[in-house]
Ligand binder design. Structure first.
Ligand code: PMP
Length: 443
């Protein structure tokens, strides 16, 4: 972000403005329609808590580019580190002539991720690619094939991760056949499973795993400690520890997909930390590198080292620019106390949203941790999902200058993922505009 970027919402045209409308026409003529966009505005600059568009409109950012720019867009340390690196070299391929940045990121991941056992890391480009590699590693380690995932899960859009993702439309529909040996277990979803305890929900899931897959066939259980695209579902206390313990008891690799929850987002460095869960493998991406494409698998040395030499890798995995950005991102999180900042954001947002809920029976649930907060919208007096309302509120907020995203299996969840560099003032204003958007859709 350049120093002059004002930290203030300002609309100088209708949304979208004329230049965005022009660019959208060019997009429609040049870009495959399979690549959708949430908002019809084109960005030119972003940082702190705002995104500025080509027409000069400045939006309050409650999306962080889907949980990526946790330290803020163009965060100063990230910019400096990437500039320094881009002048030295841009690529050699770590598998050809390695470089220190990659090793330093692996060391940082080994230090920061849950558990103080001996660990190793491997770096990739996207969340989906890292999830795929976690499965390769778990299969090499266990010599078993099956993979268990959960209802409402999202793990990516590659072939294996499409099989692992739960929701058909838009992620899977028409794109099969999908990878075999992927099985689905029920998830703890306190708002919709009548708040059965975490232990009970885990027992149900484990029964299905044992009866329908069999521990002896199972390489890995993969779970988002708080589900992201599925609807910001926070499982009941005790669910994750019970699943993790069952994996340990049965020689199954427990994989935490922390692509969306990792790196301070939930008010802990990793969401597993909230319940003291120590995964065998943890998958990270998104918030790891301040917006540069980087992902990782980190975990127990004996599991990580199961692959033969050169069994893992890729041309760009752990690109030097992305590694420089990751080291600067981690430094920013640690030096600027961003884990605590995520907690402050929760304490600002949750009571405000609960107050909104008290006056509006279309808000069925307020949930989340840290700066990963959501509201689930329903038809008044029922728990029937209301996706149209989520869309209407989001569109109204967009027009008023707030970037907000929807998610959820039923499309009825509004999710808030502000950058941790946002000010309380912008956050409060964003919530006021949201309140207004709810009022507007009540007419
Ligand atoms: N896992 C989770 C939990 C995610 O939220 C996402 C992305 N939304 C992915 C995996 C896939 O990451 P990517 O889009 O970088 O492939």
């Amino acid at each position: 972000m350049t120093a002059h970027l004002q930290q203030r919402r300002e609309l100088v045209t209708a949304v979208p403005g004329p230049r965005s409308i022009e660019l959208m026409a060019r997009k429609d003529a040049a870009v495959a329609q399979g690549i959708g966009t949430t908002m019809p505005v084109f960005a030119v600059e972003a940082g702190g808590g705002v995104v500025k568009d080509v027409d000069g409109n400045t939006f309050i950012d409650l999306g962080s580019g889907i949980a990526v720019t946790t330290v803020g867009n163009s965060a100063p340390r990230v910019v400096e580190a990437v500039q320094r690196q881009v002048e030295s070299f841009t690529h050699t391929c770590f598998m050809v002539t390695p470089y220190e940045g990659y090793v330093a990121v692996a060391e940082a991941l080994n230090r920061l991720t849950p558990g103080d056992h001996e660990k190793r890391s491997a770096l990739f480009n996207s969340g989906a690619e890292a999830v795929e590699n976690a499965i390769k590693i778990a299969r090499a380690h266990t010599k078993r094939q099956a993979v268990v995932v959960f209802d409402h899960a999202y793990h990516g859009r590659t072939n294996l991760t499409m099989a692992m993702t739960a929701k058909s439309m838009p992620y899977k529909s028409g794109f099969g056949p999908f990878a075999p040996e992927v099985y689905r277990a029920p998830m703890s979803y306190p708002y919709r499973d009548h708040a059965v305890s975490g232990a009970e929900a885990a027992r149900d899931a484990i029964t299905i795993i044992e009866k329908q897959v069999g521990a002896a066939n199972l390489a890995a259980v993969v779970i988002e400690p708080i589900q992201g695209e599925g609807g910001f579902i926070v499982p009941a206390d005790g669910f994750l520890p019970a699943i993790s313990q069952w994996c340990t008891d049965n020689g199954v690799v427990f994989v935490a997909d922390e692509v969306q929850t990792g790196f301070a987002r939930t008010g802990a460095m990793f969401a597993c930390d909230h319940e003291g869960v120590v995964p065998d493998l943890i998958v990270t991406a998104k918030g790891i590198a301040g917006g540069l494409p980087l992902s990782a698998v980190t975990g127990r040395a004996d599991v990580m080292d199961a692959s033969h030499v050169s069994g893992l890798g890729g041309t760009y995995g752990g690109n030097p620019l992305a590694c420089a950005a990751a080291l600067a991102t981690i430094e920013t999180i640690e030096q600027d106390g961003l884990v605590a900042r995520a907690g402050e954001i929760e304490r600002l947002m949750v009571p405000a949203l609960q107050k909104l809920q008290a006056d509006d029976d279309r808000i069925g649930d307020v949930r989340g941790r840290g700066a990963m907060i959501a509201v689930e919208l329903v038809r008044p007096g029922t728990d029937e999902p209301d996706a149209d309302l989520a869309k209407a509120v989001a569109t109204s907020a967009h027009r008023a200058g707030v970037i907000v995203l929807t998610c959820g299996t039923f499309g009825n969840v509004l999710r808030f993922l502000p950058p941790l560099s946002i000010s309380d003032e912008l956050l409060t204003e964003g919530l006021q505009i949201l309140t207004h958007a709810f009022e507007e859709t009540n007419a």
